[in-house]
Design a binder for this molecule. Structure first.
Ligand code: FE2
Length: 227
């Protein structure tokens, strides 16, 4: 599934990736998905997106930041996905991420947002500013309009307010098949609005660490629960 030659606990570049993560609370993994596997994963995701639900509202508990996007929640994915649940719990992925984080990375069991697919599909679509309830978010980019089209992640590590995203956020323009890991509970983050009518699709996997007490905001239910 993945470029295990590049991304495994004892790979040559792993210490540098871990150092980047610890310094800036995120790290990108270019070319994470093996190209032969990408087509199969893309087919799975495209099929799941046929079940996506449109969201267009302001998230009250996250400073009224906008959600203009299509979502596929964890329950739908568990029932219908060929690949996403298997990726989520793949031991080689968990071992690699644990090495980066320096703690054991643990999957969630039944949260509706343990794994989700998010799609921005038209100009001004955005996944607005927020923090996650859980400490780790691993994101696989499945489709991207390119940096000029918007739809890239923006983040401020150790943010004191979501408004800091307006100042000088780190931008992470990535391509299909790339992935990144984010310390998502203390990093203010969002997906910048699309500036073109194009599609930006990501698989978001949420993880925790031993003893972590999650925030229990209503944001996951508001974004991902069935109506
Ligand atoms: Fe997030």
């Amino acid at each position: 599934m993945f470029r295990n030659d590049l991304y495994h606990p004892s790979a040559a570049q792993t210490p540098a990736l871990a150092a980047h993560y610890h310094r800036l609370h995120h790290v990108a993994f270019p070319g994470f998905v093996e190209s032969g596997f990408f087509a199969q994963l893309r087919e799975d995701v495209d099929r799941l997106l046929q079940r996506s639900m449109r969201r267009d509202f302001l998230m009250a508990c996250m400073d009224n930041s906008p959600r203009r996007m299509n979502v596929v929640n964890g329950n739908t994915i568990e029932q219908l996905s060929q690949w996403v649940p298997a990726i989520y719990t793949a031991p080689e992925l968990l071992d690699f991420l644990s090495e980066i984080v320096g703690e054991r990375v643990l999957p969630l069991t039944d949260d509706i947002d343990r794994y989700v697919i998010n799609q921005l599909r038209q100009s001004s679509d955005t996944f607005g500013a927020h923090y996650d309830d859980y400490p780790l978010s691993f994101v696989i980019i499945m489709e991207s309009p390119g940096a000029e089209g918007g739809g890239y992640a923006e983040m401020v590590p150790n943010a004191t307010s979501l408004a800091q995203l307006e100042e000088n956020p780190i931008r992470l323009p990535l391509r299909a098949g790339d992935a990144y890991l984010l310390k998502a509970d203390t990093t203010a983050h969002r997906v910048a609005p699309l500036t073109v009518d194009a599609s930006r699709v990501a698989i978001n996997l949420a993880y925790t660490t031993p003893g972590y007490v999650p925030r229990m905001t209503e944001s996951a239910a508001m974004l991902y629960a069935e109506a």
